[in-house]
Design a protein around this ligand. Structure first.
Ligand code: IPE
Ligand code: IPE
Ligand code: MG
Length: 230
């Protein structure tokens, strides 16, 4: 029997290198990367995948040069604006995970507006991780439940934590892909990937295609997931 794939998560890495390799500015890689987000999202719609979670900006990415951060913020705003029509047309629900507090008021509003406008859509959940860090997410979850912990068993606390994470509606990840050749997690979804299958590809995100994704999913489906059993 082949594995079901409900929740696919991707660390979209390699935009900067892609552009530098072509003698272009790093931000050109982000522009091309945004188009790939669109293609991959469309493919997931077509394949009826339930949830696609994409790492777009980490809590650590503020360390980048001001110019690049500013560019990414503007791109995100433009992206949400231009996507709304597609979200509605293809019945996609948009959802953001991460700590939105650090964003500018207009960006926060755009995120909230897009989420609200698509909340009843029943097709793919496109989850964007924005100012997201797994440690930050866990810490915020723990803040919310501190007064409920006393007298609880570890098992009960485990489900309390899961149900207070930003991803609570989407559950655990089945397959995690990282493009760009690095084999690390960079503070992404640490709790939710406990039993995910991992896949690392050297392909830089702007070169990633639906057909490579299809190959990876074929590999995933053939894997034996045991979850500690036999
Ligand atoms: C990933 O690509 C996109 C973001 C982190 C916003 P990078 O910008 O990290 O590209 P490389 O890793 O420097 O090539
Ligand atoms: C991870 O990529 C974050 C995103 C893809 C948004 P980075 O390029 O920031 O990760 P490191 O710095 O190589 O670990
Ligand atoms: Mg990178």
């Amino acid at each position: 029997m082949s594995n079901q794939l409900k929740h696919l998560a991707i660390i979209m890495d390699g935009n900067g290198r892609w552009a530098t390799n072509r003698g272009e500015k790093r931000v050109e890689g982000h522009k091309k990367g945004a188009r790939v987000v669109d293609e991959i999202t469309q493919w997931c719609v077509k394949e009826s995948i339930q949830t696609l979670t994409l790492y777009a900006f980490s809590t650590e990415n503020w360390k980048r040069p001001k110019y690049e951060v500013k560019f990414l913020m503007k791109m995100l705003e433009d992206y949400l604006e231009s996507e709304l029509e597609k979200y509605q047309k293809y019945d996609i629900r948009f959802y953001a995970i991460g700590d939105m507090e650090r964003f500018s008021a207009p960006l926060k509003e755009k995120i909230a507006y897009t989420q609200e406008a698509t909340k009843d859509n029943k097709g793919l959940n496109q989850v964007l991780a924005l100012n997201y860090g797994a440690r930050n997410e866990l810490s915020r979850a723990i803040q919310k439940i501190t007064n409920q912990l006393e007298g609880k068993s570890a098992e009960q606390i485990e489900s309390l934590i899961s149900s207070h994470l930003d991803t609570q509606e989407f559950g655990d990840v089945d397959l995690l892909i990282r493009t760009g050749g690095e084999r690390r997690l960079s503070n992404f979804l640490l709790w939710q990937i406990s039993y995910a299958e991992l896949f690392f590809t050297p392909t830089l995100w702007p070169d990633f295609t639906p057909s490579e994704l299809e190959e990876i999913i074929k590999d995933y489906k053939a894997r034996e997931r045991r979850f500690g059993g036999l």
